[in-house]
Design a protein around this ligand. Structure first.
Ligand SMILES: Nc1nc2c(ncn2[C@@H]2O[C@H](COP(=O)(O)OP(=O)(O)OP(=O)(O)O)[C@@H](O)[C@H]2O)c(=O)[nH]1
Ligand SMILES: [Mg+2]
Ligand SMILES: [Zn+2]
Length: 335
């Protein structure tokens, strides 16, 4: 161990000390707080720099471009911080508050990479175009469940669906409704379906996730003034998104906060365990511990509670297939 590496206890003490410094935090010693220290929230980040808004929010104040002190963990959109003002609308983040929740996904190295903090729910957005994949939806839902967050599904671009396509989409979405997920069918283009959606967002901080081009930014614009987020056309050749949004960004809309996120190409679940994956399929949980064999793989074993639930129509075969497919990618499915 190098001299510079801190023990877990030392690290915990530093974090506790930093959190006591939070302006206005319970027990904070505000007498010692220099006048230029301010509470803030990270609203987006650009490489090494973060845009921070001062709290309480003043709509007339532009965000401050900040660096963060090197001893702080990587900060993300939604993080609550204390920052010190510098020159010309710049600053330095000196304290990071404890997160009440976090959403993220594994980076290329397989480690969990936070993307947004202090959020209440995650909306998984799909659309008739680009074509939705059930397995991708299931990956999102499993990741969201593993983080203990609420999830709901939004089918955007309902104005585009033909009767036949709508039938197929409804069939797929009804599987999720049967599992207890709320599903909203909307069009950011013509505004249909927004009343119910807006109701579910009120008073919450919600992250919008999904493939590039499904209309995450367009939904934010429809819920706001209309010019909040940059929107990009689908590629003509492949009807795929063009990765217009490049960084997670928080928007304050009347009575609700939304975090836009970049569309993704792949969503791996390298950071979750096979047990977490099982729990991430919420309709499986009722069967946990009810299989005849303790190490049941739920493939062909007699007395399998999962297979019995599939036979009774309580678990969709497509969801079980999806589970096996993901399980294999996290190293739990080899036989
Ligand atoms: N017909 C129709 N088109 C829509 C709707 N919502 C969005 N679009 C179009 O879909 C395309 C992609 O929209 P964006 O809002 O940029 O999609 P995004 O999910 O933010 O994409 P990324 O930022 O790349 O992840 C744009 O051409 C939008 O005009 C809708 O409800 N109906
Ligand atoms: Mg976007
Ligand atoms: Zn089983």
């Amino acid at each position: 161990m190098t001299k510079r590496r801190l023990s877990q206890r030392q690290q915990t003490r530093i974090v506790e000390k930093q959190q006591r410094e939070l302006v206005g935090a319970p027990g904070a010693d505000t007498s010692a707080t220099p006048i230029n220290k301010c509470n803030g929230r990270v609203i987006s980040h650009f490489g090494q720099q973060l845009d921070v808004e001062a709290l309480p929010v003043d709509a007339t104040q532009a965000p401050v471009r900040c660096f963060q002190r090197a001893n702080l963990p990587a900060l993300v959109t939604g993080d609550l911080v204390v920052w010190e003002a510098g020159e010309a609308n710049t600053g330095v983040i000196v304290v990071a508050a404890k997160r009440s929740s976090v959403f993220g996904r594994p980076a290329f190295d397989g480690n969990f990479k936070p993307m947004a903090a202090n959020i209440d729910q995650v909306l998984v957005i799909i659309a008739p175009l680009p074509e939705p994949f059930m397995n991708l939806i299931d990956r999102y839902l499993a990741a969201i469940e593993a983080l203990g967050l609420n999830a709901a599904l939004v089918l955007n671009k309902c104005d585009l669906t033909t009767e036949l396509a709508q039938f197929d989409l409804d069939k797929m979405l009804s599987l999720y409704e049967a599992c207890g997920y709320a599903v909203y069918r909307v069009s950011a283009l013509d505004g249909s379906g927004f009343d119910r959606l807006q109701q579910s967002l009120r008073g919450q901080t919600t992250v919008l996730v999904g493939q590039s081009g499904v209309g995450k930014s367009s939904l934010i614009n429809r819920l706001g003034r209309g010019d909040e987020a940059l929107v990009g056309a689908l590629s003509e050749a492949k009807a795929k998104g063009t990765h217009t949004t490049t960084t997670a960004k928080l928007f304050h809309l009347p009575e609700l906060d939304l975090i836009d996120s970049p569309g993704i190409r792949e969503f791996s679940l390298g950071h979750i365990t096979p047990a977490q994956l099982f729990d991430g399929f919420r309709e499986f949980r009722q069967c946990a511990g009810h299989c005849k064999f303790r190490d049941c793989k739920h493939r062909t074993e007699p007395g399998c509670a999962i297979l019995a639930a599939v036979a009774r129509g309580e678990i969709a075969q497509q969801r079980l297939d999806s589970y096996f497919q993901i399980l294999q990618t996290i190293g739990g499915g080899s036989e």
